[in-house]
Design a protein around this ligand. Structure first.
Ligand SMILES: Cc1cc2nc3c(=O)[nH]c(=O)nc-3n(C[C@H](O)[C@H](O)[C@H](O)COP(=O)(O)OP(=O)(O)OC[C@H]3O[C@@H](n4cnc5c(N)ncnc54)[C@H](O)[C@@H]3O)c2cc1C
Length: 409
């Protein structure tokens, strides 16, 4: 046992860290006990079976919100750092693991996965282990989704993604890269060739600022996918204060730019994990709050001051732009990272039924209602909107279990 933190765990009978804190309900006390007894392979197997991406989630999860934040020892201000122990167990297990069939429940069944991000990777592993023949389709050339093409390498070493690529090749899981479903192939075609299909196509459609000159700005996701393709210049401003914005500004500063975040609200309103904000500031990123962009020029951006206004009746806080406060700030590159939504092009030719909120109509198994098609499921950011890796894995589990329950022999 390397990490003596494990000795502080109370091995709770009803562990809040797992039941309330973790979207995939990682079995913390059981694995903690095995760790104390140096039975790391057994602990690794339990973690991997439950969450095949545990080596990644233990690195990139906002643990303050999940396991650590729900540890019962919070009352003594000494929560247990389970995520460190999970990382140690999972990394060791992942890099020696060989994907094997576990049972034959889906023997002879064919499942197509659209998207090879966390949903696609976790689903492929669970379905393969249940005996299915699995094919992954992705518009990118390699597997990983945001893990490869979004989260920068200084936060997530790509060895954690490459290991799945090797694992799939060895196991004979087919990966069709560079294929965009909805353009190169239709959903209806896949629905007839496969027993079931899971759409895990993420949330790739960026929201726009809707201000004059916006075409002069660049979007954070394509920038993060290939930062070397961009000549940023010296003054870089990033609009937004979520995790994507933090990754964009930390990448820009590594390219030598003087990088600022301009945000229309205050620090407490920032959607990014506090740790990400701290790390960005430590890297040298500077932040200005209560600033809203109103126009993008060739080498500058015009901002207005803002203020938060509390509705006296509801207590709801909204942000108001203060007229007449326009001021010009020098800027060589403006990067926008305000939010991302799912892109529904995948449904081209097979229109789903839409619910009142404007999203595809799903049943409790995440099966989508498409007239004449009965075997398409959805998971991850494609239904949750921009969320987290562990939430995407949890959502994939619902769809996979539904497929296993439906087709198991
Ligand atoms: C920059 C950034 C940083 C993040 N940092 C963190 C973090 O630190 N911690 C955390 O927990 N979460 C983080 N997230 C969120 C997390 O990465 C996502 O919630 C997670 O990747 C969602 O998984 P997914 O499988 O649903 O989608 P994605 O990872 O988005 O994968 C979707 C895949 O589908 C493919 N695709 C899309 N449309 C089609 C189509 N029509 N045909 C074929 N393929 C298609 C895409 O190419 C992509 O590979 C971050 C997100 C971003 C963008």
């Amino acid at each position: 046992m390397k990490n003596t933190e494990a000795l502080r765990c109370l091995l709770c009978k009803k562990p809040k860290c797992s039941i309330q804190g973790c979207p995939v309900h990682t079995s913390v006390p059981e694995c903690m006990q095995l760790y104390r007894e140096d039975r790391l392979d057994e602990a690794g197997e339990i973690l991997f079976d439950n969450n095949p991406l545990s080596a990644i989630t233990s690195l990139v999860c906002d643990w303050r919100q999940f396991c650590f934040g729900n540890c019962v020892l919070h009352v003594k201000k000494m929560p247990v750092r389970w995520y460190q122990i999970e990382q140690e167990i999972s990394e060791r297990y992942l890099f020696t693991y060989r994907l094997k069939r576990k049972d034959n429940r889906l023997k002879g069944r064919r499942v197509a996965l659209i998207g090879a991000g966390p949903v696609g990777i976790a689903s492929a592993i669970w379905l393969y282990r249940a005996g299915a023949n699995v094919t992954l389709f992705d518009s990118n050339e390699r597997i990983g989704g945001v893990l490869r093409y979004g989260i920068p390498g200084f936060r997530l070493d790509k060895k954690f993604v490459n290991v799945y690529e090797r694992m799939f090749e060895e196991a004979g899981i087919t990966f069709q890269g560079g294929v965009r479903v909805g353009t190169d192939l239709t959903l209806a075609f896949l629905a007839t060739r496969y027993d079931a299909v899971i759409i895990g196509a993420g949330a790739e459609k960026p929201a726009t600022l809707q201000i004059p000159g916006e075409a002069r700005s660049i979007q954070a996701l394509p920038f993060l996918k290939n930062p070397n393709a961009y000549e940023l210049g010296h003054h870089v401003i990033v609009i937004g204060a979520g995790n994507v914005a933090m990754d964009a500004c930390r990448t820009a500063i590594r390219k030598g730019a003087d990088t600022w975040i301009y945000y229309r609200k205050t620090y407490e309103n920032m959607p990014a994990n506090p740790i990400e904000v701290e790390e960005a500031q430590r890297d040298g990123v500077k932040i200005r709050i209560f600033q809203a962009p109103v126009q993008v020029n060739e080498r500058s951006v015009v901002f207005c001051d803002c203020q938060n206004v509390t509705d006296p009746e509801t207590g709801k806080v909204s942000t108001r732009i203060l007229e007449g406060t326009e001021h010009e700030v020098p800027c060589d590159t403006l990067i926008t990272a305000i939010s991302e939504k799912p892109e529904y092009g995948v449904f081209t030719g097979s229109e789903p039924e839409w619910n009142e909120a404007g999203y595809p109509q799903l049943d409790e198994n995440q099966k989508v209602s498409i007239p004449g098609i009965d075997n398409i499921y959805m998971a991850g950011d494609f239904i949750l909107g921009a969320s987290t890796v562990v939430q995407a894995v949890a959502s994939a589990k619902t769809a996979v279990n539904a497929i296993i329950n439906r087709f198991a022999q």
